[in-house]
Ligand binder design. Structure first.
Ligand code: G6P
Length: 368
């Protein structure tokens, strides 16, 4: 019964643990071992994708962060320009719509008022088509979009979104590969990424096995009032999502920055009371990120680093390192989200907040 917490203390924890299964379910019927299936986005999609020259993504909250990750993928793999905006801003400004722009909205519930309003406007505004990535069949967003990719997260009860986010990323990567194929992505590169995607559920399981270490780490946040999250490249939205989770359920003020921006402001806040959480896969930005970490260390900041073993981040004074499995650079944002979910969860439990129903927040914001 999906409305039952089962062996878990909270829905959020149950939903975090469901991720390996629901990520797999979201891939089912859409990818083979090494390719994205033609019918992954529905039968009419093939021709349409060939026409698309630009993608405009719209969403709110956690779904917006999924869109931000997708922008890195779409521009990197498909070479198609992509803009991302929160729906509440998009709907209230004039925009220039380039020819053959796909409107892509992302929503767990499919009922978020701002996202729906943006979609309704878009349909009048001259976009080529509207694609929805959504978790609720029959929702308004699904009914009103031209194309739909359903995430298979199942009902998400915890207000803080977890499995919806990682399944949105899965669907967005599949979409990106389909679009990239019509834009010259090689078969080999497609196969490499699809194979990496198949490894994600197992990698998420490996991270879930680190729960006790993350719970131990969370003790150091009990008396903190602020936290800073850092990431670079496609891990910047992961840092944003990590900060959002901490804010939502533990009520600790958290901000996220692309690590290269540290020196333009947030470094002024760093002292021994400011924990700095960093996601550091072994990607092309790892060396740069490490020098950003030195900047924090030099100012007495306490560092919490989630790092690929190969990134060679060493535990030192005031640096806590949790080594994560080796992951492909493209799929790393999906995997690296999970330890940050667990960290926020444990901090909230220690602080005794209402994890599944944080104050002042709603699961689905259906009025403006
Ligand atoms: C609310 C929820 C968030 C969610 C956001 C967008 O703020 O608390 O978890 O990310 O709405 O919701 P949607 O259903 O459109 O993804």
């Amino acid at each position: 019964d999906s409305a039952d917490k089962g062996e878990y203390r909270h829905f959020m924890l149950k939903e975090i643990h469901e991720q390996p299964r629901v990520i797999k379910a979201t891939m089912e019927g859409r990818v083979t071992e090494s390719r994205v299936l033609e019918q992954a986005l529905g039968t009419e999609a093939g021709e349409l994708l060939q026409d698309i020259r630009h993608v405009q993504i719209i969403a709110c909250g956690t779904s917006y962060h999924a869109g931000m990750v997708a922008r890195y993928w779409i521009e990197d793999l498909a070479g198609v320009p992509c803009s991302v905006e929160v729906a509440s801003e998009f709907r209230y400004r004039k925009h220039v719509i380039q020819k053959d722009t796909l409107f892509l909205c992302i929503s767990q519930s499919g009922e978020t008022a701002d996202t729906l309003a943006a979609l309704r406007q878009a349909k009048q505004a001259g976009f080529r088509a509207a694609l929805a990535i959504c978790n609720v069949p029959g929702s308004s967003l699904v009914r009103e979009s031209d194309l739909v990719i359903m995430t298979q997260a199942g009902p998400e009860i915890g207000v803080a979104s977890t499995k919806a986010f990682t399944t949105q990323l899965t669907a967005l990567l599949i979409f990106t590969l389909a679009l990239a194929r019509t834009n010259g992505l090689s078969k080999n590169r497609e196969a490499e990424i699809v194979k990496a995607l198949h490894l994600v559920p197992g990698q998420v399981n490996d991270i879930l096995a680190l729960d006790a270490d993350i719970a131990e780490m969370s003790r150091r946040f009990m008396d903190k009032h602020h936290a800073l999250f850092l990431g670079r490249g496609s891990q910047f939205p992961v840092a944003l999502e990590g900060a959002l989770k901490l804010k939502e359920i533990s009520y600790i003020h958290a901000e996220a920055y692309p690590a290269g921006e540290l020196k333009h402001g947030p470094l002024a806040l760093v002292d021994s009371d400011m924990p700095v959480i960093t996601v550091a896969p072994n990607n092309s930005m790892a060396e740069k990120l490490k020098s950003n970490l030195e900047e924090v260390r030099a100012r007495g900041g306490e560092l919490f680093v989630f790092a690929d073993r190969a990134a060679n981040v060493n535990p030192e004074h005031n640096t806590h390192v949790l080594q994560l499995p080796e992951v492909h650079e493209i799929t790393a944002p999906i995997v690296y989200t999970v330890p940050l979910q667990l960290l926020s969860y444990h901090v909230a439990v220690l602080k005794g907040t209402d994890v599944d129903q944080p104050r002042n927040l709603a699961k689905s914001v259906t009025v403006e």
